[in-house]
Design a protein around this ligand. Structure first.
Ligand code: NAP
Length: 296
């Protein structure tokens, strides 16, 4: 049974509503002599990584923060690379340090969960920040950017989470796993599916909300949905269709008449991930300001 077309949950109005507030916070910090400053470390010249880092820089500058992209040749040695990260983390005028992934193969033995110091880890990769995610009530802790962006989206569009059955497909440490934790804290009942899950449709057909984060173009189609249910679909996937075009993990046109609401790709979760990064940067810059004033 098909019904009225779904609500499209675009990120644009969310960004518009948040940017002015973020700018105000940056300007307030600037008056106190603190300029929020992000350093992005980019290795090699992957076009996708270049686009992602550029978008992060554009957003940081939109809110009047500083963002510098530090680029290295593909063949930088492990020692040089680690030394450079340390140097950036030790700079007292830097609030956030981010390593753009993926890194080249010869750097793959580096432990990304202890590389950037916890206090500047705006991507929330560090063991101690992941631990805080599990066990800390601090409202000013770093949250992983994509899961945090999904919470922002649900809040903005009034998607009630309490008591909802949520199915997340994909169990990465940057999306699926932390999102499962955050949504559990929001009183959802979460099922985390992955490549070894049998009969994923049995889970998705009973879900109120489905999040797909696997990196398979147009994977989820209408056969994953039940005609009896009004499902909210959140598409995290970013898949290159051509040099200039991306698509999500959900077959947007196919599911549109059969769901309650859906995030588009592009223009959905992606920009909210960058918003969260800026929010984490401001958390860090505020801590710098407070510690300089001897308040923490
Ligand atoms: P990832 O590390 O690439 O891992 C993929 C996950 O999907 C794994 O848990 C894997 O299961 C699961 N998976 C793969 N194929 C599957 C299948 N056919 N059925 C069920 N599960 C399957 O994940 P990621 O880094 O989270 O990235 C996922 C996608 O999100 C990518 O397209 C990425 O570009 C995108 N992304 C977007 C944003 C954004 O801001 N919008 C941010 C981050 C990532 P196993 O664990 O069993 O291997």
């Amino acid at each position: 049974v098909s019904c009225a077309l779904a609500r499209i949950l675009e990120s644009k109005p969310i960004l518009e509503s948040k940017i002015a507030h973020l700018k105000e916070q940056v300007d307030f910090l600037k008056q106190k002599g603190i300029v929020p400053h992000l350093k992005i470390i980019l290795v090699g010249n992957s076009p996708a990584s270049q686009v992602y880092t550029r978008n992060k820089k554009i957003f940081a500058e939109k809110i009047n923060a500083l963002c510098e992209i530090i680029s290295f040749q593909e063949n930088i040695t492990k020692e040089q690379f680690e030394k450079e990260i340390l140097r950036q983390c030790d700079d007292p005028a830097v609030d956030g340090v981010l390593v753009q992934l993926p890194l080249p193969e010869h750097l793959s033995s580096i432990d990304l969960h202890s590389l950037v110091s916890a206090s500047k880890d705006v991507d929330c990769f560090h063991y101690s920040n992941l631990g805080k995610l599990l066990a800390s009530n601090d409202p000013d802790k770093f949250l992983p950017c994509t899961p945090k962006g999904i919470l922002t989206l649900c809040q903005y569009y009034g998607i009630d989470l309490k008591g909802k059955n949520v199915v997340i497909i994909g169990r990465s440490l940057i999306v699926g796993k932390p999102l499962a934790l955050l949504l559990t804290q929001e009183n959802c009942t979460v099922t985390l599916c992955h490549s070894q899950t049998k009969n994923i449709r049995e889970f998705t057909q009973n879900a109120d909300i489905v999040v797909v984060a696997i990196g398979r173009a147009k994977y989820l189609d209408k056969t994953f949905l039940s005609p009896q249910k009004k499902t909210v679909l959140i598409d995290v996937g970013i898949n290159a269709v051509s040099e200039k075009k991306i698509c999500g993990d959900i077959d947007f046109e196919d599911v549109l008449p059969h769901c309650e609401a859906i995030t588009p790709v592009p223009g959905g979760v992606g920009p909210l991930t960058i918003l969260s990064l800026a929010e984490n940067l401001l958390i860090s810059a505020k801590k710098r300001s407070l510690s300089r004033d001897g308040k923490i």
